[in-house]
Design a protein around this ligand. Structure first.
Ligand code: NZQ
Ligand code: ZN
Length: 396
């Protein structure tokens, strides 16, 4: 196991009706002027936004708001938010929604104190970020969809609308939320597509950490395998019965643990499937988790041939593959078992065509990928342009 630092200060407040505590939580974490950020209207329709505002008013907290954050959040919305923030001068940000809303708030949080355009913090020049954020406005979260895990992570992913670069920042020391209110009941209004895309995303977050060549990280491996089993079991329950509170609760907490680095401690992580998916959702504006259901099995199929050991282990311990003694064959069986499960049980697309992209421009995706990440993507496998193209083609 490698040396590690794990700093996860978020106060998670989980369970039924917990959104009524948001005013007290804001006060407890030092807020007096709050900027609420939300998405395209689901929190308005459900009445959640009104309940959040009532809780803030009851706590004597002044607030302003910005709605309209779209899935696959964009740079121009961050700038709009920063303009409002510079006028209102909040001391706390309160995203109410999912990963797109939270990531927009995080971009604002770190951009607020940056003396220049916030995109400098995201932009990669010569393999390095153009600028580094050192300070951020504190934020709390009211989560409405278990998926991206942004409620417990220090990450934010934004798309630049001019260049179509979708890229993340990772500042666990300053961008992990101060608190996250997580009421599983709030997720019952999610359409099946969003529930399933969220499941696919959280499974990918675990697998990005699991696919590692660092030896002797049994604790991380066993946590990851146990979580994958629990997620798959509860996801199937939710597809059958979206109102199942216990399944909603298990899935919601899983999404957080999948991405708050619990499973990655002490080892090198991969993240190349995410990098490949981000090119797809940046170009074609598809749902991130659905894009991962297409790319991840293809990545595993390629991996079965080039570095099978963890994929075979995944097959044996999670995906019901019998140990034949042939690691590569078992890894391939594992990759195909996951693909089948995504398709048959989760009703996710597993090819570009099923994702609604009949003729993907793979050359463009691959070119942008390597422009952003360099000639060779390092990780569980070293992937040059020919390798990533092979993976994209396996997803056709
Ligand atoms: O915008 P509204 O109207 O709120 O609708 C949203 C949106 O259309 C809807 N929704 C959310 N909660 C709902 C609901 N509809 C009904 N009932 C509810 N309770 O769901 C749609 C998707 O929302 P979004 O916030 O985009 O979902 P998600 O949490 O999956 O976030 C996806 C974004 O996060 C990025 C992805 O790339 C993508 O841009 N990621 C962020 C990460 C991070 N910060 O650590 C890591 C991930 O790997 C990921 O890359
Ligand atoms: Zn993801």
């Amino acid at each position: 196991m490698n040396n590690f630092t794990f700093y996860s200060p978020t106060e998670f407040v989980f369970g039924r009706s917990t959104e009524s505590l948001v005013g007290e939580l804001c006060l407890k974490h030092g807020a007096s002027r709050v900027m609420i950020i939300y998405g395209g209207g689901s929190v308005v329709r459900s009445g959640l936004l009104d309940r959040v505002k009532s809780a803030l008013t009851a706590a004597g907290i002044a607030f302003t708001e910005m709605g309209g954050v779209q899935p696959n959040p964009i740079d121009t919305k961050v700038r709009e938010g920063l303009e409002i923030a510079r006028e209102f001068k909040p001391d706390f940000l309160l995203p109410v929604g999912g990963g797109s809303v939270i990531d927009t708030a995080k971009a604002m949080a770190v951009g607020y104190y940056y003396d220049g355009d916030f995109w400098d913090l995201y932009e990669v020049v010569d393999g390095k970020k153009k600028a580094t954020g050192t300070r951020a406005l504190p934020l709390g979260v009211v989560l409405t969809i278990p998926a991206a895990g942004s409620e417990g992570s220090g990450n934010s992913v934004i798309t630049n609308t001019t260049t179509k670069v979708k890229v993340g920042i990772r500042y666990p020391m300053i961008l992990r939320p101060k608190f996250a209110v997580m009421n599983p009941e709030l997720t019952m209004t999610l359409p099946e597509w969003q529930t399933a895309s969220g499941v696919s995303d959280m499974m990918a977050h675990i697998l990005e950490r699991y696919l590692s060549n660092t030896p002797d990280v049994q604790i991380g491996d066993r946590l990851a395998e146990g979580m994958l089993l629990a997620i798959m079991e509860n996801a199937e329950k939710l597809i059958a019965d979206p109102q199942n509170y216990e399944a909603r609760a298990n899935i919601m907490w899983s999404a957080t643990i999948a991405h708050n680095d619990t499973c990655s401690i002490g080892r090198v992580e991969d993240w190349n499937s995410h990098a490949m998916e981000h090119e797809i959702s940046a170009e074609y504006d598809v749902t991130h988790g659905a894009g991962l259901a297409v790319i991840f099995p293809a990545f595993l199929q390629y991996g079965a041939k080039h570095n099978p050991h963890k994929i075979a282990q995944l097959g044996h311990r999670v995906l019901g593959v019998a140990n034949s003694g042939d690691e590569a064959a078992d890894a391939m069986a594992g990759a195909l078992a996951l693909k089948t499960w995504f398709h048959d049980k989760l009703h996710m697309p597993v090819t570009f065509a099923q994702l609604g992209i009949e003729n993907p421009n793979l050359e463009l995706l691959n070119e942008r990928l390597h422009k952003l990440k360099g000639d060779v993507l390092k990780g569980y496998m070293d992937l040059d342009a020919a390798a990533t193209m092979e993976i994209y083609k396996l997803a056709l």
